[in-house]
Unconditional design. Structure first.
Length: 455
C-alpha cells in the first residue's frame, strides 16, 4: 500500500528554525507512483515536479580577452581557453555567448563611470542616473521581474529571492566618478531606486533560509561554541515522518538531513576559525583569510536554498564592480582593478588572467554543488539555469559590447558557442532565461528579440 500523500509544504521544526523538506516521492500525485514517472514530468509543471530555478553570477572589471576567448571545434563545441579551463568538466552543460551588448552601460553623454554603470545595468538593462546622492535611479532588475511574475502565477517560496556576495552592499557614497556606491555594489533592484542589498556571511545566509529566530550576539556566540545544530529537535520529527513514507524516501530524507548538518558544521568551523583568529565573529572589513572558500560556501548555501525550494531566483556577486581587492590566493598582491588596466603590459595581463581564472573556479565550484544535489533522481543543475558574466568586456578598454557571458544548466545539452549578431542586446538573453524559468516576460529594457534558452 502506497504511503499517504505528503504536502510539498510539509516542514520539520528545528531549534528555532523551520526546515523545509526536499522533493520526496510521497509528494507525487496518486497516479504517479514511481520516481521514474516523476522524472518524466516536465520541469516547472507543478509543485511535485522539479521547478526551474535561475541564478545570476556576476564578476567585475571585465576580462583578459585573449585568455578568456575559447575556440570552436569543427563540431561547434567550444574548447576551453586558459580562463575557462576550470569549467572543462561542465563543457556539455555550458554555452558561451558572444556578440551581446549593454549599451546603457556606455557613457551616452554621462562621461566616466563605466564600473558603476556596468553593475547597475547588468540585470536592469537601464542607464543609471549619474548621482552620488540619495536620488539614485536605474530600473527594476530582471530577477525581480521574474520573481513578481512567478508570485502572480501562485509560486510561494519562503524567500522572494536570495542575494549574496563576497563584498558588502553599499547604498551611499561616491564610488565611481560621481556615481553612487549603490550602483557598484548591487545588481538586484527591487524598484528603480531600491537595491535589494546582499548577504555576505554564509552562516547568516544559511540561517535566513531556515528562518532561524533572531538571537542576541551572546546567544549566537554561545550557540556557535556549543556547536548546537538547528537540526536538534528536527530529527525527532524526521523519525516520525519516515514511518509514513517509502524506503526510497527514507534514504532521500536521511541524505538530506546529513547534507544540511554537514554544511552547517562546515559553516560553523569556518566561523570558529575566524573567531579564534580575531577573537570575534567574522567581519568582512577584517578581510576573511580565504575568500575562495567563502564564495564557495555561499554557492553551497545557494544550492541548498534551491534544493529546499526556499527560493527560485538568486544572485551572487563574486565581487563588487570596480573592486580593487588583491588576490594573494593566486599570487596577485596588486588590486584587481589596478591589474585590469593592464595597458597590454605582459605581467599585468598574466595577473589579470589569474584573477579571471580564480573566478571561473568559483563558478565551477557552484556548478559542482548543484550537480551533487539530486532532485527527482536528477542533478539540481538540470533544473537550474545559471547566467555567469559581467557588463564590461575588455577590462582595459571598458567596452560594453561582446560581453563575457556563459549560460549553464537547465538540463539541455549545451557546449556550443552561441554567436549573436554583434550589438545584440544582452536583454534579449535575459528575456529568454526568464521565459525558460516559467516567466511571461514579453519585453525588457532595450530587448528587440529573444535569445532563447533551451531547458
Amino acid at each position: 500500500m502506497r504511503p499517504p500523500l505528503l504536502s510539498r509544504r510539509t516542514v520539520l521544526r528545528g531549534a528555532g528554525a523551520v526546515i523545509a523538506l526536499p522533493w520526496l516521492e510521497a509528494m507525487l500525485p496518486r497516479g504517479l507512483a514511481s520516481s521514474t514517472a516523476a522524472a518524466a514530468m516536465p520541469l516547472a509543471s507543478g509543485a511535485a515536479a522539479a521547478p526551474m530555478r535561475v541564478a545570476y553570477l556576476f564578476f567585475p572589471n571585465g576580462v583578459n580577452v585573449g585568455a578568456w576567448t575559447p575556440t570552436a571545434g569543427a563540431d561547434g563545441r567550444w574548447t576551453p581557453s586558459p580562463t575557462l579551463a576550470p569549467l572543462a568538466e561542465f563543457r556539455d552543460a555550458i554555452d558561451v555567448h558572444t556578440g551581446l551588448r549593454h549599451r546603457h552601460a556606455e557613457a551616452n553623454g554621462d562621461g566616466p563611470g563605466d564600473h558603476a554603470r556596468s553593475a547597475a545595468c547588468f540585470l536592469t538593462g537601464m542607464q543609471p542616473r549619474k548621482t552620488a546622492g540619495d536620488d539614485i535611479r536605474v530600473g527594476k532588475s530582471i530577477d525581480q521581474i521574474l520573481v513578481d511574475d512567478l508570485f502572480e502565477q501562485g509560486v510561494r517560496t519562503r524567500l522572494r529571492s536570495l542575494e549574496l556576495g563576497s563584498e558588502p552592499a553599499m547604498t551611499s557614497g561616491n564610488c565611481d566618478s560621481g556615481y553612487s556606491c549603490a550602483y557598484s555594489a548591487n545588481i538586484s533592484w527591487r524598484s528603480e531606486s531600491l537595491p535589494n542589498g546582499k548577504e555576505t556571511d554564509p552562516r547568516a545566509a544559511f540561517d535566513r533560509i531556515f528562518g532561524v529566530r533572531g538571537e542576541s550576539s551572546e546567544e549566537s556566540a554561545a550557540k556557535l561554541h556549543a556547536r548546537r545544530s538547528i537540526l536538534d529537535g528536527a530529527v525527532r520529527e524526521a523519525k516520525r515522518l519516515v514511518r509514513e513514507v517509502g524506503s526510497d524516501d527514507r534514504a532521500r530524507l536521511d541524505e538530506y538531513l546529513e547534507g544540511v548538518r554537514d554544511l552547517e558544521l562546515r559553516l560553523r568551523d569556518d566561523a570558529l576559525a575566524d573567531a579564534d583568529a580575531f577573537d570575534a565573529m567574522p567581519d568582512f572589513d577584517r578581510a576573511p583569510r580565504d575568500i575562495g572558500s567563502r564564495v564557495d560556501l555561499l554557492g553551497e548555501v545557494l544550492a541548498l536554498a534551491f534544493k529546499v525550494d526556499a527560493t527560485r531566483v538568486a544572485t551572487l556577486m563574486l565581487a563588487n564592480e570596480g573592486s580593487n581587492r588583491p588576490y594573494r590566493e593566486v599570487g596577485v598582491s596588486e588590486g584587481h582593478h589596478d591589474v585590469s588596466h593592464h595597458g597590454k603590459n605582459a605581467e599585468k595581463l598574466e595577473k589579470f588572467a589569474a584573477i579571471n581564472r580564480f573566478h571561473s573556479e568559483r563558478f565551477a565550484a557552484f556548478l559542482r554543488a548543484l550537480s551533487r544535489v539530486k532532485e527527482n533522481g536528477r542533478p539540481l543543475l538540470d533544473s537550474t539555469v545559471v547566467l555567469y558574466g559581467g557588463a564590461i568586456a575588455d577590462g582595459n578598454r571598458h567596452n560594453h559590447d561582446d560581453l563575457p557571458i556563459l549560460v549553464a544548466g537547465g538540463g539541455a545539452r549545451r557546449g556550443r558557442i552561441v554567436a549573436a549578431r554583434p550589438g545584440t542586446p544582452l536583454n534579449n538573453l535575459h528575456v529568454g532565461i526568464a521565459r525558460a524559468a516559467g516567466g511571461r516576460v514579453e519585453r525588457f529594457g532595450d530587448a528587440n528579440g529573444v535569445v532563447g534558452v533551451e531547458v
